[in-house]
Design a protein around this ligand. Sequence first.
Ligand code: AMP
Ligand code: MN
Ligand code: MN
Ligand code: MN
Length: 285
Amino acid sequence: MNLLNADLHCHSTVSDGTLEPEALAARAKAHGVELWSLTDHDEVGGQHRAMAAARQVGMDYLTGCEISVTFADVTVHIVGLGFDPDDAQLVSGLAATRGGRADRAKEMSEALAKVGIRDAYEGALRYVGNPDLISRTHFARFLVESGVCADTSEVFRRFLTEGKPGFVPHRWAKLGDAVGWIRQAGGAAVIAHPARYRFTPTEEYALFTEFKAHGGQAVEVITGSHSAAEAVKYADMATEFGLFASRGSDFHAPDESHTELGALPDLPGQLTPVWQALQHRVIRA
Ligand code: AMP
Ligand code: MN
Ligand code: MN
Ligand code: MN
């Protein structure tokens, strides 16, 4: 079970990835993925396409999404897996979560104009596949194209992270709401890439405690965002909090993502994979 090549985290043009769901499915299959999930930000609009594409290439599938949450003033991502993608409460919760993105993007554009970068909103829009889902990634691609930065990491470092000129704070969904939407739609909630958040140890402990209290079941231990030492740390946290473990590349684009679909270390043997708990929700090829 732990040795299954499961990749339960990636993005398509429905959010901030550059490949269509069908192209991602083919790429995942070509890289040996046996169980796949497309987890677009705050959106389940690609789920039926991803499901059909997985079946077409002969790969098992779990429905997915990645919900933006604000916890202790920090943005945290909660992955949902194995839910009913047509569940009305989940669909409306995600629509509300996405709702502020257009205004935030216009504010980001005004902020960037103050440091001499003009028309960034229009520029970012050229990269947007889903008009409901303009993200910082689309601004980053525009700033690379305009020659302001060499790559998207440099854009985030210089312009788009907290304290930098193009950063606009935003209030996302509440932790309990996001976990609740996923759970009542029949899915499992997963803390995405925990090492990425700038929490103090006390805040991190509070995140795990409250997540668990709200009915959250799993944590990403193996992700493209974790070093080997971080994987060990979160494997221990999974055990301490009695959480299932997940594995996902967080693949966004062939020329941006440093982790290829399916190209990840195995889940440590002592952990119970989240896909074991979600057996009944797997859509078989
Ligand atoms: P948003 O949801 O609009 O705040 O955008 C968040 C997205 O930006 C993440 O899902 C990543 O795809 C991307 N991102 C965040 N931080 C970085 C970074 N340091 N380097 C590259 N991409 C990043
Ligand atoms: Mn993203
Ligand atoms: Mn994320
Ligand atoms: Mn992601």
